[in-house]
Write a protein that binds this ligand. Structure first.
Ligand code: URA
Length: 424
């Protein structure tokens, strides 16, 4: 078997065997297969696709390329949640303590944010003292003690994906459903949870640009989950505008806290409640309406917020020491009308350039900077009324560039639905 035979086979749209997939992935990991050969194979996969069987084999080969977390010492059902990446996406910060406050175990290992979407770990590190690097032993103990731990990735999880993803990033081979599905699912399966929830974002600010592709990705991930007997639930949500009002690490933590206290923005709440009620409904064997009632009760009676504080304290953070700045300025509308579109991707880029995100994994983050919207899609705005506030430290943002992110018209267009589908 040679890598050239494998590349040619995929170029001719033929199905690769598990042995061939393992040969390519393991060979690339140990550097016997070169970057240019792997890039060629990846491009053939992008163009010609993979069958479900090939995608499941690719997932399995990548999953077994490194450590697999053993969470068997955690008592109870462990839930993991993942988002394919959105702007202002602080769902995990609300959903995780909310579910934990109802006895569900949340043992989550997250990556750091890269590009225009932020990472949960970065957001948590905007709380002074919050330690995201705890040992596996302490991680398991904390989940058993208080139902929740949110940490950065430890160990050598899915090194094949790490190396292949870095190559995809620079060879135009990110956008492929089998490659994305196997990349996400290999990491989720290696993290050891019993139930996997994935928020598949669709829209201009997301990896999936249209609903059809988002559905295909979700269906593929659900099939992979099933082949491991791990229930996998995908919610397809709109990412045409940022989620909630805040974009930027500590600003998003503040908004998550408001939400945990029952005062969250309606779109964020809708995603959190829809995802959580599916889990609670299934695990507690209750109707969806009853599950929703229970979840709202936890938000309104302080239990969800108390669980968040318990999490922060357990990991050494001080919630009174959120890294914030008062240095801000307003961006005002140049016209009167209805806001029909807010460009999430572009605002995410602007927040990243202010220092809220990173271009490479070595970049330092300014936790306190970012944007807070004053208006959402569907709102009416008067000329000179505030559209958003920019929170800054060292860099500032270009006013015109921000204004271009808002489409303001004389008439109001129908607002697209936020939750587009649920696939399980
Ligand atoms: N996120 C991942 O983890 N992998 C992909 O391929 C795309 C997004």
């Amino acid at each position: 078997m040679t890598i050239i035979d494998i590349i040619n086979k995929k170029r001719l749209k033929q199905e690769l065997t598990r042995q061939e997939i393992a040969f390519a992935v393991n060979g690339y990991l140990d550097s016997t297969i070169k970057d240019y050969q792997m890039s060629s194979l990846l491009m053939a996969i992008v163009l010609n696709g993979m069958t479900d069987r090939e995608t499941i084999d690719l997932t399995d080969v990548m999953l077994n390329s490194g450590d697999i977390i053993d969470l068997s010492k955690v008592d109870g059902i462990i839930v993991d949640k993942h988002s394919t990446g959105g702007v202002g996406d602080k769902v995990t910060l609300v959903l995780a303590p909310l579910l934990a406050s109802l006895g569900i175990k949340i043992a989550k290992m997250s990556g750091r944010g890269l590009g225009h979407t932020g990472g949960t770990i970065d957001k948590l590190e905007s709380i002074k003292g919050f330690n995201t690097k705890i040992s596996e032993e302490k991680f398991i103990k904390q989940v058993n003690d208080i139902n929740i731990a949110l940490v950065g990735q430890t160990g050598n999880l899915v090194p094949a994906d790490k190396k292949i993803y870095a190559l995809r990033d620079v060879t135009g081979t990110v956008e492929s459903i089998p490659l994305i599905a196997s990349s996400i699912m290999s990491k989720k399966l290696a993290s050891g949870a019993d139930v996997i929830m994935i928020d598949v974002k669709v829209g201009s600010g997301a990896l999936m640009k249209n609903l059809e592709d988002a559905r295909k990705l979700a269906q593929t991930m659900v099939k992979i989950g099933k082949s491991y007997r791990k229930p996998t639930i995908c919610l397809i949500t709109n990412m045409e505008e940022p989620l909630g009002f805040a974009i930027g690490n500590s600003l998003e933590v503040k908004e998550a806290i408001d939400t945990l206290k029952g005062n969250g923005p309606s779109d964020l709440l809708e995603v959190v409640i829809t995802l959580s009620s599916i889990i609670i409904g299934a695990l507690k064997k209750i109707q969806n309406s009853e599950a929703q009632e229970l979840l709202f009760k936890q938000l309104n009676n302080g239990e969800a917020y108390n669980k968040f504080i318990e999490l922060v304290n357990a990991q050494g953070g001080d919630i009174n020491k959120l890294k914030t700045t008062n240095k801000s300025y307003s961006i005002k509308s140049k016209k009167t009308g209805y806001i029909n579109h807010i460009d999430a991707l572009h605002l995410g880029e602007i927040a990243k350039n202010l220092g809220a995100g990173r271009n490479t994994l070595d970049d330092k983050i300014d936790y306190e900077v970012g944007l807070v919207l004053n208006k959402k899609v569907g709102d009416f705005v008067e000329k000179d009324e505030e559209l958003l506030k920019v929170y800054v430290k060292e860099k500032s943002a270009n006013v015109n560039e921000i204004l271009e992110c808002f489409r303001i018209d004389e008439t109001l267009e129908k607002k697209p639905n936020l939750i587009l589908d649920i696939i399980k």
